[in-house]
Each structure stands twice: as C-alpha cells, then as structure tokens.
Design a protein around this ligand. Structure first.
Ligand code: AMP
Ligand code: GLY
Length: 428
C-alpha cells in the first residue's frame, strides 16, 4: 500500500509514525508534513486544499489510499472529488463525504442531525441577521453563561461564552450584524450551557460497523488552571478515569449507534473518524459537537495506545469489512504535553532554532509546527512539539512528558505544567 497523509500537525506525525510500523506499508507520503513526518516518510509540498495538485500527485505516484488529517479538505468535499473522477474513483479516502463532513462544517446542521436522531445535546436555536431581534429575546430566556456558536468553520475560535446578558447581546450583534467571524457567523447557534466534565470519544467507522477508540481528555486553554484564551489543545490524557465501561456503554447506545444509523438512513457515506465532544452531565453523556476527523493533540495520546495495525484497520474502513479486523488497546496511560511558541495563540515567532531532540528519552516527540531548515529544525507554527509518554499510572507518564519537554529548547518555549491535574482526584 502506498499512502498519502494530508496535514502537517502532531496528529499527522502520529498517524505517519504508526502507519510506518505496518508490514503492509509500501511508500508513505505526507502533504505538506513537518520536520517530524520527514523522518518516517516523504514530505510533499502540496496544500491540503489543492485538490488538483493532490490528484496529479496521487496519479503520478500510484497512491492507493489518502488519509485526511484536518477537517478543511473534508468540508470542501475531497471524498466527493475522488468519487467524481474516473481516475481517482478507486483510490480509498479515509474521511467522510461532504454531506457527512457538514457535521463539523455547520453547527446548525449538526444540531439538527442530533435532534432528528434523538441524540442527547443542549437545547438550542439558530438565528441569522434577519432574526437578530428574536435572537436577542431568546437570550433573555436563558440562564448565564450563554453559549454562542458561529455556524461555520472559524479555526476553532467560533464559540464564545459570555457570562452576562449584556455581553451576550453585544456578542450576538457582532457576530450576526457585523460578521465578526465573516461568513462563518452568518448563522449563529445559541445553546443552553452544559455543566460537567468534558471528554472526547473517537470512533472509526466503515459506515456500518465501528471501533470505539480510546477516549481522551483535552486541555483547551492556554493558561494553567484552564485560564486564558482557547487554543487547539495544550495536552491530552488517555484513558479518562470517569469514562469507564458503563459510561462508554451509554455513549455507544445513546450517541454512537444513533449517529451511525442516522448517517446510513440519510444515505451519507461515512468512512473515517467521528470525534464526539461530550459533556459528562452527572453520568449522562451530552454531545457538545461532532468533528469529522481525529483530535489534535488527542491523536498523539490515542494512536500510540492502539496496538493493532492501523493500516489494517484503515483497509477495513475502505473495504467495508472493519468488523473482521482485530482491535487491541494498550491498557497503560498515555499523556501528551504540547509545547508551544511564546505568545501563542496570539502572535508568535516562527523560524526559531530548536535543540535537544537527541536528549529525549522514554517519550515520543511528535512534531507539529516545525520544519527542517538546512541542518536545523526550526519552529513553524504555534503548537510546536507534542511529547507523549506511557506509564502504568498517569503520574508516571506525565513525569516523563514533563522531563522531556524540559530537554527540548527554543526561544519563547511554553507548555502547561498542570496537564492531568484535574484528574488526580479520581486516583486518590
Ligand atoms: P466547540 O468548538 O463546539 O468544541 O466549543 C468549544 C468549547 O466551548 C467546548 O470545548 C466547550 O468547552 C465549550 N462549549 C461548547 N458548547 C458548550 C455548551 N453547550 N455548554 C458548555 N460548554 C460548551
Ligand atoms: N483538540 C481539539 C480538536 O482537535 O478539535
């Protein structure tokens, strides 16, 4: 099998690292990749959204399978692009068709899907510029805090949670009347605030059968104690202590099965990952959102815990026989600490030389925003390196991740030292 992975983050390095271990793998390409993916495959300088350039590369290099990392090409319809082309039709794409990717591409669509299929989620209503006045009135019927979501993709920034009615009204007006998030906020979903602890559940499906991957907890805010601006994710822990067998069974019965049946009933082809963002509301799962890809940095904790051959699983997805594939999970804890550039998620520097990779011991260093510059590896993004470690306890794994995060150096280095702290109570 010759594979092309699309993307350039820690998620894609983790995929590449895992696929490179498969006996079934021939050549591995990553577009555009980073300095880490270059150590396990060949980087190709093509943007994930340049479908014509991807087509040319796929045909010239006899690619058999395309693994799509980020949501953007899926929402833009890369699956459908392959299906509609006689030369590409038989090449497998791991990811849903455009109609399935709308589960992430439009919050309004995904809420309607959940309601249609009886999937537990927060009460909501959707408003546009023309119904702004109704939206302002609807806010008055809710208790604070208020959850306002731009309908479309907004690079992870489209959700705002004002704590006062006045701020919520200003925010709604900014989003609808002044296009705060551009076209993405032409529609705004307002929903009830859910209390509880969040977690991410991941499913791999061929459209009929599915495997529930290890769950993970993500740390979204930049600051310790979960303070400050939202980021793509500052760390991850897997397994999640409260996501025990009984809880996951509820997720399976109330969310996963109705989601897969719902997609089937609506004639949507879905061969890929479903990432379910959940709130554990006193033992009951409620869906916050769907993503149509794996999470980042959750992938860097979840994928290393999968003992089975990922390429074999992907073949099951592509061929529709995922139910025949073995799926084994490492029982140990995997912890990921994300090292970022100073200033992230606001303005930050790129091109700073990184050192100390050879000192890393007992952890995996997945590259995110890095690139090779002559003999140097330099920073090339906000999130730079994800340090993943295994341990028989969460504490043991974290200790290794922090020790190795201390060994890698670059100007302005920052990471959160409290990853996993909130889960310690479950282990006392
Ligand atoms: P999303 O982009 O939908 O993942 O939302 C970003 C973050 O906002 C989530 O990870 C939650 O922490 C928070 N959030 C979203 N919706 C709700 C809700 N209904 N209640 C409480 N928090 C929410
Ligand atoms: N870490 C959250 C995400 O990938 O969306």
């Amino acid at each position: 099998m010759t594979i092309l992975i699309l993307g350039s983050g820690g998620r894609e390095h983790a995929f590449a690292w895992k696929l490179a271990q498969s006996k079934k793998l021939g050549k591995l390409y990553i577009a555009p990749g980073n300095a880490g993916t270059a150590s396990v495959g060949t980087n190709v300088d093509i943007s994930v959204n340049d479908f014509e350039a991807i087509k040319k590369f796929v045909l010239e290099n006899a690619i058999n399978m395309v693994v799509v990392g980020p949501e953007d090409p899926l929402v833009k319809g890369i699956y459908d692009f392959f299906q509609a082309d006689a030369q590409l039709k038989n090449i497998s794409v791991i990811g849903p068709q455009k109609a399935g990717a709308e589960l992430e591409g439009s919050k309004d669509y995904s809420k309607k899907f959940m309601i249609r299929h009886g999937i537990p989620t927060a009460r909501y209503e959707t408003f546009t510029k023309d119904t702004l006045a109704e939206g302002l009135k609807f806010l008055e019927t809710l208790e604070p805090p208020y959850v306002l979501k731009a309908d479309g993709l907004a690079a992870g920034k489209g959700v705002v949670i004002p704590t006062t009615l006045e701020d919520a009204k200003t925010e709604l007006t900014e989003m609808l009347a002044h296009a705060k998030f551009g076209a993405a906020s032409a529609k705004v979903v307002i929903e009830e605030f859910l209390k509880g602890i969040e977690l991410s559940v991941f499913v791999l499906t061929d459209g009929n059968s599915y495997k529930i991957l290890p769950a993970a907890k993500d740390y979204k805010r930049i600051g310790e104690g979960d303070k400050g601006l939202n980021t793509g994710g500052m760390g991850a822990i897997s397994p999640v202590p409260f996501a025990n067998e009984a809880f996951i069974k509820k997720v399976e019965d109330r969310v996963i099965i109705p989601t897969i049946n719902g997609l089937k009933k609506e004639g949507i082809v879905y061969k890929g990952f479903i990432f379910i963002g959940l709130m554990n509301d006193n033992g009951d799962p409620k869906v916050i959102e769907y993503n149509v890809r794996m999470g980042d940095p959750e992938t860097e904790s979840v994928i290393p815990r999968i003992k089975s051959d990922l390429l074999d699983l992907f073949e099951g997805v592509a061929n529709g026989n995922l139910n025949e594939k073995t799926f084994e999970v490492d029982e140990r804890f995997a912890t990921t600490v994300m090292m970022v550039a100073g200033g992230y998620p606001e303005e930050y520097n790129k091109g700073d030389v990184m050192t100390g990779f050879e000192l890393v011991e007992g952890s995996l260093a997945f590259h995110a925003g890095t690139k090779q510059n002559g003999n140097d590896v330099v920073t090339n993004g906000g999130r730079v390196i994800a340090i993943t470690s295994f341990g028989n306890t969460m504490e043991e794994a974290l200790k290794k991740s922090f020790a190795n995060a201390d060994r890698i150096q670059y100007k302005g280095k920052y990471y959160r030292r409290d990853i996993g702290k909130d889960l310690e109570v479950y282990y006392k």
